[in-house]
Design a binder for this molecule. Structure first.
Ligand code: ADP
Length: 888
């Protein structure tokens, strides 16, 4: 609050248009006009000792009311002072605050000296105009004696209007003043308490009321409430403290009254409002009751919305007609009527399907597509080359009816991700439809609407989900569809993949043809063999046989680890998985053709690390005080909208010091101990084969399963019985026959093999044979276990163990010829994974070895067999057992 002020004889004047500043009040103004900017610059900004400026209200002619004369006469005459109007016609030369006016501007004769409490300068872009924001405090009243319009801004000769201290002391003794003070204080208190009730404010003013001299407070009071310009001007003119107090009491009282009146009105309005609210509530209840009764008017609106949606769906004209017919039927139905809902759901589907809406296709850039494939996938050179060829053909002939690509390979070799890369390269949306276990044709084609709970097929559903008619659609696990009494999904797929037929694909539920020709289909399968030949005929099979340990290592280092770290909000500053550890994960914890389990195990390590990092972050922020941690984990939490304060580093703590300690202590390098702790004890080791074949009667075979190549042990044992053959281990018919053939062959050759003393000796005399294929949960079939079965039986009868480092595959005829089998590459990769050193293959499979990666081939000894004897020769240590005499 202003203490007594030494007023200079001349002041720079800032005119306030239709606004009054009173002593004791603060105001924040923005100066933009050239004159005011100049004034602030010269009088306030550039001066070291900030001076005073004068604020004088000016009014447009339009603002002048009849009140003016009353006020100027009334107030002025009472105190013997008069508010004088200085009229300046600004149209000749001057502007007030940058605005030129042709009408008369009225200067008030009195103003208030003010000082700047705060100044800030800004430059507006792009104009470069300088502006100032000034916070001013009103100090004391003055009289404008003479206004000068020379210079860049107004100046005025002024004389103070404040009463001196001695004069004030005298006034304070005046009983009239004391009564007035009391009156003012009572009114002011009343106003404050009303305001407190209303807005819970006024606390500050209450304090002021207790501490400030009342005649000064009168100004502040009037200024803080919304008073009219006239009222404020009359306040400015009230120089005599007594006059000021009575004026203020009158104004505050008037304000109080107006608040009371306003409150009364509000109450009345609130009464009415609650009536309307009651109505609203009742209406809501009524709506709920109607809904319960199925008598809902809202359906009207819903149906209108549905119709609008249908109109904008872009249906072909014949389908639009069909939809309209259905819609008319729906409109006639009552919502509770049977069929209403199903009809509605059906129309919703028609409206939602992308009949014409196509995703924007980019101009295909083969180089970019290649880069995209390369950056997402390691190796797979041939596969990527084939995809590029496929894309190139599409580029040259966009409507080419080329074959459908079908990626065939074990799980986790990147089939799905290659397909999604194709979509990315083409700039199309990607949708995956799982066909695994689909036995019902209706899954593809939908159920007819006459069925309760009928639905569209998976294709139409997928298109609805993806929302465009030209996505890349992945038919996942196309080999897992089977057929039974409910129809043949494969034949429906045949129609889907046939470019001649799929222009009008008929979904039973949809019941109108849908054009699938813009969809690009890509399929995946674990094996090509179960795919029905006509379907296979439409597809081009691209095989992805699985990865070598070295390839897996590269995939893990280049793709999986960065991705896994990213998914867990980590980076290499927090977790490092050295190559040696990844190798151990590959050898000891995964034995798969793909990399899915590897990715899972790496994710488990990342999870463990994330927990540790998160714990440490807490420790740092608690122990070191507040600190903005730029960790991705926290960023992630922030991104999820979780609470996270912007913390400020406490004074005196070095920023680097904290982040260094943090980084060093949080970097986690995976070691063997951590592997065991997180992933458990090793699941596989290289000694498995040696342990298992230690007893005679066990041989090591190579088989093909849906998970790629596998090493399969075959166990045979003999017991007292009467010559029967028992087989266990989830076997198919073919493998059962192979076992029969193997036993027959061994019995027939028993003498030659020196398994029996003489030809007439029956090997099965008084015994039963039991052959078991362990890993009971995995169904096994196929002829390629022939040689393995024979070897197990020979080992049993000769009581000689087979070599633990040798695995074999091959079909055998009854006469002992070894026939070629499939899946050689996968089987050899599996042998390599299991640490097998020698592989016995049918001689005619020699040609398949070109597909096997060279590093794998060079680490294995490949032994070729033409006849069963060759196999036995290689399978036993020191050659075939018939070279020695059988002990049996
Ligand atoms: P699939 O469909 O064959 O079962 P996915 O496509 O789902 O296998 O692949 C499993 C995971 O392995 C994915 O995260 C995939 O990106 C990754 N992956 C597979 N092969 C590669 C590769 N050659 N390079 C990089 N990542 C790969």
């Amino acid at each position: 609050m202003a203490e007594s002020v030494e007023l200079p004889g001349r002041l720079a004047i800032l005119p306030f248009r239709n606004q009054v500043l009173l002593p004791g009040a603060f105001i924040r103004i923005r100066c933009t006009s050239p004159t005011s900017v100049k004034l602030v610059e010269q009088e306030l900004w550039q001066r070291e000792e900030k001076g005073l400026i004068g604020i004088v209200p000016v009014r447009d002619a339009a603002e002048m009311t009849s009140m003016d004369s009353v006020l100027s006469q009334g107030v002025g005459s009472e105190s013997g002072e008069r508010s004088t109007k200085v009229q300046i016609n600004t149209s000749d030369a001057h502007k007030v605050d940058g605005k030129s006016h042709s009408e008369v501007i009225h200067w008030h004769k009195r103003g208030v000296a003010a000082r700047a409490l705060h100044l800030s300068r800004g430059v507006e872009k792009p104009s470069g105009r300088v502006t100032y924001i000034v916070v001013l405090e009103g100090l004391c009243r003055f009289n404008v004696e003479e206004l000068s319009t020379r210079g860049p801004y107004y100046t005025a000769k002024v004389s103070t209007l404040e009463v001196t201290k001695a004069e004030m002391e005298q006034v304070e003794q005046d009983p009239e003043f004391v009564t007035l003070s009391r009156q003012f204080k009572a009114t002011a208190m009343e106003l404050i308490s009303v305001l407190e009730q209303k807005q819970k404010t006024g606390g500050r003013i209450k304090v002021l009321l207790e501490t400030l001299p009342l005649h000064k407070l009168a100004d502040i009071f009037v200024f803080s409430f919304e008073m009219s310009l006239e009222e404020q001007l009359s306040m400015l003119d009230s120089v005599d403290p007594k006059v000021r107090l009575s004026k203020a009491t009158e104004l505050v009282d008037r304000h109080l009254q107006s608040i009371r009146v306003a409150e009364k009105i509000t109450q009345k309005v609130e009464g009415q409002l609650s009536k309307s609210q009651k109505e609203f509530l009742l209406r809501q209840q009524m709506r709920a009751i109607k809904e319960e009764l199925g008598d809902n008017d809202d359906d009207e609106d819903d149906l209108a919305a549905l119709e609008r949606k249908m109109q904008s769906a872009g249906m072909p004209s014949n389908i639009w007609k069909h939809a309209q017919r259905e819609f008319r039927r729906l409109k006639k139905m009552q919502p509770q009527q049977p069929g209403y809902n199903s009809s509605r759901v059906y129309l919703e589907l028609l409206a939602d399907l992308p009949w014409q809406k196509a995703g924007e296709e980019q101009e295909l850039d083969l180089k970019a597509a290649k880069d995209c494939l390369d950056s997402d996938h390691y190796g797979l050179v041939k596969v990527k080359q084939r995809i590029i060829e496929y894309l190139a053909v599409r580029k040259l002939k966009p409507d080419a009816r080329g074959p459908v690509l079908c990626f065939v390979g074990p799980p986790g070799v990147g089939k799905t991700s290659l397909a999604s890369s194709i979509a990315a390269a083409l700039g199309r949306k990607f949708v995956r439809i799982s066909l695994g276990g689909v036995k019902d044709e209706a899954d593809i084609r939908g159920h007819r609407r006459t069925y309760i709970g009928s639905m569209p097929g998976r294709l139409i559903d997928g298109l609805k989900r993806v929302g465009v008619c030209n996505p890349v659609m992945l038919l996942d696990e196309i080999d897992k569809t089977g057929s039974d009494v409910r129809g043949d999904p494969a034949s429906a797929l045949l129609e889907v993949l046939d470019p001649e037929q799929n222009q009008s694909f008929n979904d039973h539920y949809l019941n109108v043809p849908y054009d699938l020709s813009k969809v690009i289909f890509v399929a995946t399968a674990n094996r090509a063999q179960p795919i029905p030949p006509p379907l296979l005929d439409r597809m081009e099979v691209i095989e992805l046989p699985g990865y070598t340990a070295e390839e897996k290592l590269r995939i893990a280092m280049q793709h999986l680890i960065p991705r896994v770290l990213d998914q867990h909000g980590l980076n290499s500053e927090y977790l490092q998985i050295p190559e040696a550890m990844v190798k151990l994960v590959i050898q000891r914890y995964t034995r798969e053709a793909g990399v899915r389990n590897l990715e899972r195990n790496l994710a488990a390590l990342a999870r463990a690390a994330a927990v540790r990092v998160a714990e440490q972050e807490q420790a740092v922020s608690v122990s070191k005080g507040a600190h903005k941690l730029a960790s991705p984990l926290l960023d992630n939490r922030l991104a999820e909208g979780a609470e996270m304060e912007m913390e400020v580093l406490p004074m005196g703590v070095n920023n680097n010091e904290i982040s260094n300690t943090f980084k060093i202590s949080s970097l986690l390098v995976v070691d063997e101990a951590m592997l065991e702790k997180v992933l458990g004890p090793p699941r596989f080791d290289d000694r498995e084969a040696a342990d298992r074949v230690a007893t005679p009667g066990v041989s090591v075979g190579l088989v093909w399963t849906t998970f790629g190549g596998e090493v399969q042990f075959v166990e045979a044992t003999a017991m007292v019985g009467n010559g029967e053959l028992h087989l266990t281990g989830q076997l198919g018919d073919v493998i059962k026959e192979s076992a029969q053939i193997a036993l027959t062959w061994v019995r027939a050759r028993a003498a030659d093999l020196k398994l029996a003393a003489a030809e007439e000796t029956n090997l099965l005399q008084g015994r039963d044979i039991h052959i078991h294929f362990p890993a009971g949960a995995v169904p096994k079939d196929g002829p390629s276990a022939g040689v393995t079965l024979v070897t197990a039986l020979v080992s049993l009868f000769s009581q000689k163990s087979v070599r633990a480092d040798t695995a074999m595959t091959g079909e055998m005829t009854l006469r002992g010829l070894v026939l070629p089998v499939g899946g050689i590459k996968d089987k050899i990769l599996a042998a390599h994974r299991h640490g097998i050193k020698r592989v016995i293959l049918p001689e005619r499979n020699l040609k398949d070895l070109v597909e096997v990666p060279a590093p794998v081939l060079s680490s294995l000894e490949i032994l070729l067999a033409k006849r069963m004897e060759d196999v036995l020769e290689h399978a036993f240590d020191g050659g075939a057992p018939w070279r020695q005499h059988s002990k049996l």
